[in-house]
Design a protein around this ligand. Structure first.
Ligand code: SF4
Ligand code: SF4
Length: 478
């Protein structure tokens, strides 16, 4: 299309179909000043947010057998789940857990729409329940914020803006430190905070980078994260179907929308007739004014809707004021609005549930059968076999024991189904908690028990009386 080609004319009612509410016709960002929401759902969400924030900030400090409850140290490939160490050898459990999580979120979305975005997503929780609340507290409601932004710079404006940004950045630092705690643990984070910068230059730089990233997201990017960056938001188009429960406008009840005709003296009947032709939506646009992504939910389900419930509360308040039933905007499905029926389990939801059930079962089995120690015994490269003075055949192995427990384990090995001798090079391994212990060991077998060439052998690994693992390896004989 050339520069001079006129843009296609879009009917005003369809404007939302090819426009973002947060971008003007010149492609510039439209800053959203959502009106402060209030109502039943806002109160519920505040309670849920407080609980989730306590969990988020508190969890890195919880210890189980001396280990953090959760730690995802990608850099050192050290993962701890519910206080248990998961070495790279257990990575398949992680992958499976991730797949389960993705299917769970997909299933949840198919059934309950974007409930995750509105109630659980850290972006929404921090934005709506922390940063936005601070903004309302310092700058006032939407109109006051708009007025302040358009006003010339005065001492009062400077103090408000400066104090807001200082608080925003301080919270971003707190969030960044908490985020880092999930990666490297609170001990490391405290060390970075307390020690001279030169001792932890990389950690300090990461802390600064994360702090600025979170500050940028919550102070400036805001709803853009949900409407244009978040991949989960982009997936809504394929995950939602007409039976998914979303925040939706009851167009059957609400349309045709229109202002209430006030009865003028002597023309009461005329006003009543006009009102009778209208639906319940009085076109007050309160639902748009409270929307943090700037959309009009009356246009139907849109990708930008983060299911924050603000429009439900706004509309319920309006409906109460005009003596009409609440719930014109509510949690419902497109099919539910159209037919009045409530159907949650669709064939797609049943299929996802079945797959999810199988994967969860598999994960439980793999967790339950996970060994405390994972051993690996490989013949030392370049070595074949030797004959001992008493006629035994000896093979040299390199061993590796991953101790997944929080205890130091003194390990022993014994051959299963074959007579032979184990001779450690140096001392028997002492497996360090949550770490890998390496060394070398000789296995000596009588020739009578062996065939020429490669023989398969199995060894039991013990710690005291407990069998902690079984390892299989090959043994070379002349
Ligand atoms: S449409 Fe309603 S639920 Fe969706 S983001 Fe806007 S205010 Fe929140
Ligand atoms: S708040 Fe309710 S009544 Fe007002 S415009 Fe929105 S849907 Fe209509």
């Amino acid at each position: 299309m050339s520069e001079n080609t006129p843009l296609p004319i879009v009917e005003e009612d369809d404007w939302y179909r090819d426009h973002l509410a947060t971008v003007d016709e010149h492609g510039k960002r439209v800053w959203i000043y959502p009106k402060k929401p209030k109502g039943k759902f806002t109160n519920y969400r505040t309670v849920v947010s407080v609980i989730l924030l306590v969990i988020l900030f508190g969890m890195p400090w919880i210890r189980v057998h001396g280990n953090p409850l959760f730690m995802f140290n990608i850099l050192e490939r050290k993962f701890i789940l519910f206080g248990s160490y998961f070495p790279p050898q257990d990575f398949h459990l992680f992958v499976l857990a991730m797949i389960i999580m993705v299917i769970f979120i997909a299933l949840f979305t198919v059934i309950y729409g974007r409930i995750f975005c509105g109630w659980i997503c850290p972006q929404t929780i921090f934005m709506e329940s922390v940063y936005r609340k601070i903004e309302y507290w310092i700058e006032g409601d939407s109109n006051a914020q708009r007025r302040l932004n358009n006003a010339p710079w005065t001492a009062s404006k400077f103090i408000k803006k400066f104090s807001k940004q200082v608080i925003f950045f301080s919270i971003a630092v707190l969030v960044a430190n908490t985020f880092l705690s999930y990666i490297i643990g609170t001990d490391q984070v405290l060390a970075i905070v307390k020690d001279p910068i030169s001792k932890h230059t990389q950690g300090f730089l990461a802390m600064i980078a994360f702090s600025f990233a979170f500050y940028g997201v919550f102070a400036f990017l805001r709803e853009q994260v949900c409407t244009t960056i978040c991949p989960y938001g982009r997936l809504q188009g394929v995950l939602l179907d007409k039976n998914s429960v979303v925040i939706t406008y009851d167009y059957l009840r609400g349309e045709p929308r229109g202002k209430i005709h006030k009865a003028v003296k002597g023309k009461e009947e005329e006003a009543a007739k006009m009102n009778a032709l209208l639906g319940d939506c009085i076109d007050c646009k309160m639902c748009i004014q409270v929307c943090p992504t700037g959309i009009d939910i009356r246009n139907g389900t849109q990708l930008e809707c983060v299911n924050c419930t603000a429009c439900i509360d706004a509309c319920d308040e309006v409906m109460t004021k005009v003596n009409r039933p609440t719930g014109l905007i509510r949690y419902d499905s497109e099919e539910g609005i159209r037919t009045g029926a409530k159907k949650i389990m669709t064939p797609r939801a049943i299929a996802y549930t079945s797959v999810l059930g199988v994967l969860v079962l598999l994960e439980i089995i793999l967790f339950a059968t996970r060994t405390q120690v994972e051993g690996l015994l490989l013949r030392t490269p370049g070595m074949l076999y030797q004959k001992t003075d008493d006629g035994y055949i000896s093979n040299l192995y390199n061993y590796q024991f991953v101790n997944k427990t929080s205890d130091t384990l003194a390990l022993e090995m014994e051959l299963i189904g074959i007579d032979g001798r184990i001779k450690w090079v140096g001392h028997a391994p002492i497996a360090i908690p949550n770490d890998v212990t390496e060394g070398a060991v000789f296995v000596e077998l009588p020739p009578s028990e062996l065939q020429t060439g490669k023989n398969k052998i199995t060894l039991r690994v013990r710690s005291g009386d407990r069998t902690v693992d079984q390892v299989k390896t090959s043994f070379l004989a002349p």
